[in-house]
Write a protein that binds this ligand. Structure first.
Ligand SMILES: [Mg+2]
Length: 198
């Protein structure tokens, strides 16, 4: 199968280092339940423009290159690759962060991904194509993500989703093609199951 994988909170831990940065610099604490929603900037009670500004500041400080891995991501991605799946990256990161992003991916996942795409989601206007459209155009069967909005885009484009369990899930509706996972071990198990049943 062809599998699209998100970066932040799936491969890389962006939220914890960013939360620490915001706390130290602004004395603000992130509301994690809001961070993972369509209106993620409300995690600090401010506007989207202010929140995007803070993310850019954090990234400009060189943080992106140093982001830690999500637990189990390295082994999970390696296992998927060993099982013969084609792996691609579809991230919502800004287009101008992609050089640094590729350096981080090369360091942690050398030669695992055949394509790396960005929706440029977090800039003020956002990119032209949604993750769902990109996933469909690339011929992906599955998207692994943590963001419910992307999960909806993917299923609307005929792409199944493995959705990492985060704080928002209690308000999120179930769908046959959205499978919740709690960690990378479960990702690998679910993909084995989906491959077997398809
Ligand atoms: Mg993410």
């Amino acid at each position: 199968m062809k599998i699209a994988i998100d970066i932040d909170e799936v491969l890389a831990d962006f939220a914890n280092p960013f939360d620490k940065y915001i706390q130290k610099k602004y004395g603000l604490k992130m509301d994690r339940d809001k961070w993972n929603t369509e209106e993620w900037w409300l995690a600090w009670g401010g506007s989207k423009t202010t929140a995007v500004g803070k993310i850019y500041e954090f990234v400009s400080s060189g943080a992106l290159e140093k982001l830690p891995l999500i637990k189990g991501a390295k082994d999970g991605v390696r296992e998927l690759k060993e099982q013969g799946h084609e792996l691609v990256i579809i991230t919502g990161r800004a287009a101008d962060w992609m050089d640094t992003t590729k350096i981080w991916l090369d360091k942690n996942f050398p030669k695992y991904f055949s394509q790396i795409e960005s929706t440029d989601f977090h800039v003020a206007k956002g990119g032209h194509k949604t993750k769902g459209i990109i996933a469909r155009e690339l011929g992906c069967d599955i998207l692994i993500d943590d963001f419910p909005h992307y999960a909806e885009e993917a299923i609307a484009n005929g792409v199944k989703v493995l959705l990492f369990d985060t704080g928002f899930n209690h308000i999120y509706h179930e769908h046959d093609d959205i499978h919740r996972v709690k960690d990378w071990k479960e990702v690998v198990e679910k993909i084995k199951l989906i491959t077997h049943n398809s």
